[in-house]
Ligand binder design. Structure first.
Ligand SMILES: Nc1ncnc2c1ncn2[C@@H]1O[C@H](COP(=O)(O)OP(=O)(O)OP(=O)(O)O)[C@@H](O)[C@H]1O
Length: 272
């Protein structure tokens, strides 16, 4: 279904993404890992056509999406919705309207100006918010929500497009461990229940191991690992991150620190 071939993006004299090839034949949960600057964001942005490729192909059911222009390109962008580290919501706008903005490109300018949405679309937005456990937040301004709730609104906005693929660029990098888990659980549910492919750039190994069916490791623009989470040994991780023998996995961890959580300490004090 997705076949990336020799995808390359050169900025100046440097290849940010360098002859990357991989194929995904089912709606899997794919994690892309690698240290900062490895090319992860550029890769996702090329898939969504936010950034042009220098060369290569991205074939979806045999069609090269890099060749799409105008309305065809916009249709493809609707088919592979993107979510970002910083949520990219309109902060002062209410949550329901933010979700409806997922289908903004399908609306006339006039209808959008007056915030006029068909009843069916409004009901669909509320239904998605309900599914993600944040229906009661619908009338609130997006900026009034926690980071984890805002990211779920961004996922709801993506779902409004009914995409085949969800591209998530460091979706939990700005969140505390508890909210990070809620957001990753949400993405996994969408992947499993809806059969939508998820491709997520992740900055922590434990998250990749826990949620992904497949992990692609990038280093200096190239794929240096492509396998299952159980093949992702410490040695392999060291190679991906380019770390020396002192490489410490916990440095890339988002695990919830139960032993040191303040409420645990408080409970211990109360019980002693
Ligand atoms: N628009 C741009 N112009 C010039 N160089 C760029 C541009 N976008 C990315 N780069 C460079 O391409 C390389 C890969 O960047 P990219 O953001 O894709 O990496 P990344 O793995 O996503 O890193 P991070 O986790 O820090 O976002 C970096 O060296 C970066 O400086």
């Amino acid at each position: 279904m997705l076949d990336v071939r020799n995808l390359t993006r050169i900025f100046g004299t440097r290849a940010a993404v360098d002859h990357v090839s991989f194929a995904v034949d089912r709606p899997a949960f794919v994690g892309i890992i690698g240290r900062s600057g490895a090319g992860k964001s550029t890769l996702l942005r090329m898939m969504n056509r936010l950034t042009d490729a220098s060369s290569g192909q991205i074939l979806v059911d045999g069609q090269d999406v890099l060749a799409l222009r105008g309305a065809d390109r916009r249709q493809w962008q609707g088919n592979c919705a993107m979510i970002f580290q910083q949520f990219n919501l309109v902060p002062r706008m209410d949550v329901a309207s933010n979700v409806l903005h997922g289908i903004l490109s399908r609306r006339s300018t006039l209808a959008t100006m007056f915030n006029l949405w068909p009843r069916a679309d409004i009901l669909k937005a509320l239904e998605i918010l309900d599914r993600l456990g944040i229906a009661e937040q619908a009338p609130k301004r997006a900026e009034a929500l926690s980071g984890g709730q805002q990211q779920r609104v961004a996922i709801a906005r993506a779902l409004m497009q009914d995409p085949r693929i969800i591209l998530a660029d460091e979706p939990i990098a700005s969140l505390d461990p508890m909210n990070a888990q809620v957001v990753m659980d949400t993405l996994k549910r969408i992947n499993v229940e809806d059969g939508r492919m998820v491709i997520a750039n992740l900055h922590t190994l434990d998250t990749a191991r826990r949620y992904c069916d497949r992990v692609i490791g990038m280093r200096d623009g190239r794929v240096v690992f492509d396998g299952t989470p159980d093949q992702l040994s410490t040695g392999v991780a060291r190679d991906i991150y380019g770390a020396d023998a002192s490489f410490n996995e916990s440095a890339t961890s988002t695990a919830i620190p139960t032993e040191t959580a303040p409420d645990r300490a408080y409970a211990d004090r109360m019980l002693s």
